[in-house]
Design a protein around this ligand. Sequence first.
Ligand code: SAM
Length: 277
Amino acid sequence: MSQIDGLPPLREVIATHDLRAKKSLGQNFLLDLNLTAKIARSAGDIANADVLEVGPGPGGLTRGLLAEGARKVLAVEKDERCLPALQDIAGTYPGRLDIMQADALTVNPLDHLTPPIKVVANLPYNIGTELLIRWLTPDKWPPVWESLTLMFQREVAERITAQPGTKSYGRLAVLAQWRADTRIVMDLPPEAFTPAPKVRSAVVHMTALPAPRFEADADALSRVTAAAFGQRRKMLRASLKKLTPNIEDILKSVGIDPTTRAERLTIEEFCALARIL
Ligand code: SAM
C-alpha cells in the first residue's frame, strides 16, 4: 500500500490489470508517486481548482493530483484497459475523480469543468503539440483554463520557452508566449518512465495572461509565423512573399530589415506584421 493514499503501488496496479505499455498510445508511465506529487505541486494551488488530466494511464499523476488536494480531477483516457485502475482511485476519493473514456482530440473536456481550471498532464508525445496548440488558440482570450502544466519531450519544452535568436525559437514559442508566461519547471531523465523513452522530458508550466502581450489577430499571427518559420533559413522578404507581393515595403514600414530571418524577430515584431498583413 502506498503512503499517500493507501492504494497499491503502481507496479502492482499495472500487473493486476495487465497494463503492458502500448507504443501506439505513447504510453510511458510514471510509477514514482513522490515524483507525480511533485509534478502536481508544480501546477501551483490546485486545492480550489478543477483539473483536467489527459491520459491518466494507470493513474500515477491522477493520484498525485488528488493527494495534493485538487478540488476535482477529470481524467480523459483513450485506453479502456486503464479504466478499472482509475475506478479504484475514484473509490478512494469519493466525488473528486471523474473518468471519461475518449480520444482527447475528439472531445472538449474543458466544457465539463468549473473555473478556475488547470490542465495538468503527462501527455502522449504523439498528440502533445496538437493539444497545446488547441489550448493556446481558443475562440476567446482569456481562455477557460488558468494554467497548463504539461510534460513534453525536452526538445519540445525548449521550443515552447525559447527566446528570439536561438535555435529552438519558432512558431510554438511565438504562439505560446504571445498569450502566456511559459517556463520549464522540471527536467526528467528517461529512467523516470516505464518503459524509458529514448529522449529526456521536461514539464512546462504556462499561465494564461489576461490579454495578449501585443495586439494582433490570432489567425493572422498564425499565418505569418507559419510562413516565416516554414522557410526559417530564408530571409523574410523571400519567406513572406507568398503572403503579399509588396512584402519588402511592408517590412520596412514596420522597421524590420527585409533581409532578417524569422528567428531574429521578436513577438512584438510578429504582431506588428500580423496587424498590417
Ligand atoms: N499519466 C500517466 C503517467 O504519467 O504515468 C500516463 C502517461 S502516458 C505518457 C500517456 C497516456 O495518454 C497513456 O495512458 C495513453 O493511453 C493516453 N492516451 C494516448 N492517446 C490518447 C488520446 N488521444 N486521448 C486520451 N488519452 C490518450
